[in-house]
Design a protein around this ligand. Structure first.
Ligand code: GDP
Length: 325
């Protein structure tokens, strides 16, 4: 039986990954900062995992958690993930996203160097690129968040040269009903659930022309684990290869609401339900991100199962159901 230690286990990716690994027979430990009561996604598997207190900014806490778990695989999914916050708190973003990963790598190298390490790298490292991005596309980040992820990604490379099995999974945006409420897809589907119950207020958004390659988080965590089972460590891009605009996402949400509402009133156009708030426009906005995941397809046999309409449907229905309850 393999043992995995997951930082960020209470978040979207951590909770899906924990479920996936349990299904494969892993023993799963998770590092958490918050009270267990706050972890709603972990409730169904709470009795199958062991939670250890730890903070990526605190070396000792990580060391103690690592010693306790003594893992074969570490998945570093914790982080400060929201781009606007990285402008407000750039130093904290670096301490968590870069310093935290550096602390983990030092612990692995010092205590158990055969541990395999997965780092949550990000498509934000690429910045504005024409066309699809693969593992050879140069990085050109446009926010402190993107720079922090690039720095951590470079740490993967240098520790790999010292013999540690460490991979950076360059995941494009991946969503689900468990996505953080500050991210645009969840913000829209939460509003949609209110609209479905008759709320007529407009949702404030920023740049609705921005395009992202949105996939389903449950598909993406499977790629993380597969990356750690390869003969040699390598970085992989993970995404669907298609991008949609924020406006497309809203339009697809309205399609879902119409299907759910069966004849009753729903908004028919984005102008009826969305207003642009200039404060939500971003400096250094990345206008379009699209993955070329050919390497993952060929070497990991990975491809996404959930397409864009299905992702939107899943998120809208979960939110409507949550509000109904
Ligand atoms: P990101 O790609 O990691 O920054 O994920 P987000 O979900 O935060 O943002 C995706 C895209 O949606 C970005 O281009 C944002 O500028 C755009 N966007 C437009 N309006 C909003 C909004 O109100 N909130 C967020 N989070 N993003 C928005």
């Amino acid at each position: 039986m393999k043992t995995a230690l997951i930082t960020g286990i209470s978040g979207q990716d951590g909770s899906y990954l924990a479920e996936h690994l349990l299904g494969l027979g892993y023993r799963v430990y998770g590092v958490v900062r918050r009270e267990p009561g706050a972890m709603r996604w972990l409730a169904p598997i709470a009795d199958q995992i062991e939670l250890l207190y730890g903070d990526l900014r605190d070396t000792t806490s990580l060391e103690v958690a690592f010693q306790k778990a003594w893992p074969d695989e570490v998945y570093n999914l914790a982080g400060q993930v929201f781009v606007p916050t990285s402008w407000e708190l750039p130093e904290q973003t670096f301490d968590i996203n870069v310093g935290g990963f550096a602390r983990l790598l030092k612990i692995v190298e010092g205590l158990k160097p055969d541990t395999r390490v997965y780092q949550a790298s990000s498509s934000e490292m690429f910045g504005n690129v024409d066309g699809r991005c693969d593992e050879t596309t140069p990085f050109n980040p446009t926010s402190p968040y993107g720079v922090s992820k690039m720095a951590a990604h470079r740490l993967c490379e240098v520790y790999r040269r010292r013999g540690i099995y460490v991979v950076g999974g360059i995941l494009f945006n991946h969503e689900s009903p468990r996505r953080g409420a500050e991210m645009v897809t969840r913000k829209i589907t939460k509003a949609a659930a209110a609209w479905q119950r008759g709320d007529r207020s407009k949702l404030k958004l920023g740049n609705v022309g921005a395009r992202r390659d949105w996939g389903f988080a449950g598909d993406y965590v499977k790629a993380m684990r597969t990356m750690l089972q390869q003969p040699a460590p390598k970085d992989y891009v993970i995404g669907t290869g298609e991008s949609h605009s924020v406006a497309d996402f809203v339009a697809q949400v309205l399609v879902e609401l119409r299907a759910l509402n069966a004849g009753r009133f729903t908004f028919s156009t984005i102008d009826e339900c969305v207003e642009i708030d200039p404060h939500l426009l971003r400096s250094g906005e990345i206008l379009d991100l699209r993955a070329d995941a050919t390497r993952a397809l060929h070497e990991l046999a990975w491809k996404p199962e959930v397409d864009f309409p299905e992702l939107v449907r899943m998120m809208v229905r979960a939110e409507v159901e949550a509000l109904r309850q």
